[in-house]
Design a protein around this ligand. Structure first.
Ligand code: DX5
Ligand code: ZN
Length: 221
């Protein structure tokens, strides 16, 4: 599939989200951070807002659910029109069943790991997933510093994917910018979430292009 850039709207203007997503027309996905004030200490959108956002853009939505009880709440985001739905393994009682349900309802199924959650226990689940998200900050807020300590896990996840011959995408989220994207590529990531880097730029779509160019250059380096 190659490099994909998925801007997060967490640092966009929530009062004008339709216009904000129109500023990133060249993005592969719009990353929507759903927070419930329980799994993380912050509160953002629910299914009704996500559904309105899906109607407002042609760019597919990549929902990142930072919510408790993912087993019961994730399918609402497939029904809201998201093309990809990521649940946190720390919040899922039955991740295999949940991934299969997300796929059966027509979305890509993705599972996220917080920085302290290891990949090794989930090796045999990789074939059930369309994407694995490795967080490179503690989830909850935009604008945090990239955690280099997550890089070895990205590397190990890529090795496990190669070993099993799966087509699973490997997404990184948190502190991704022109300063850090190259390290993520070198470790084996191919899908890049960037929130503050994109929405603090004067021209967000140009930043999407610059991130893509930096990642593609690191792939061929
Ligand atoms: C953090 C969110 C991220 C965040 C990324 O909990 O999952 O998607 O918005 O923002 P930056 O790129 O600013 O770290
Ligand atoms: Zn996110």
């Amino acid at each position: 599939m190659g490099i994909q850039i998925t801007p997060s709207i967490l640092n966009a203007d929530f009062a004008d989200l339709g216009a904000e997503v129109a500023r990133i027309g060249s993005a592969d996905w719009v990353h929507v951070d759903v927070m419930d004030n329980h799994f993380v200490p912050n509160l953002t959108f629910g299914p009704a807002m996500v559904e309105a956002l899906a109607r407002a853009t042609d760019v597919p939505l990549d929902a990142h659910l930072m919510i408790e009880d993912a087993d019961r709440n994730a399918l609402a985001y497939v029904e809201a029109g998201c093309g990809s739905v990521t649940f946190h393994v720390e919040a899922a009682a039955a991740p295999v069943r949940l991934a299969r349900e997300i796929r059966a309802h027509g979305a890509r199924a993705s599972m996220a790991l917080k920085p302290a959650t290891p990949i090794e226990p989930y090796e045999d689940l990789l074939s059930e997933l369309d994407m694995l998200l490795i967080m490179t900050v503690e989830p909850g807020f935009g604008g945090q510093k990239f955690l280099d300590l997550c890089l070895p896990k990205i590397r190990r996840a890529r090795q496990l994917m190669d070993k099993h011959g799966v087509e699973t995408w490997l997404q990184v989220d948190g502190g991704v910018s022109l300063d850090t994207i190259e390290r993520c590529v070198e470790a084996g990531a191919d899908v890049f979430v960037a929130g503050s880097a994109v929405y603090s730029a004067d021209d967000p779509d140009r930043m999407v292009a610059e991130l893509r160019a930096a990642a593609e250059a690191a792939v061929s380096a």
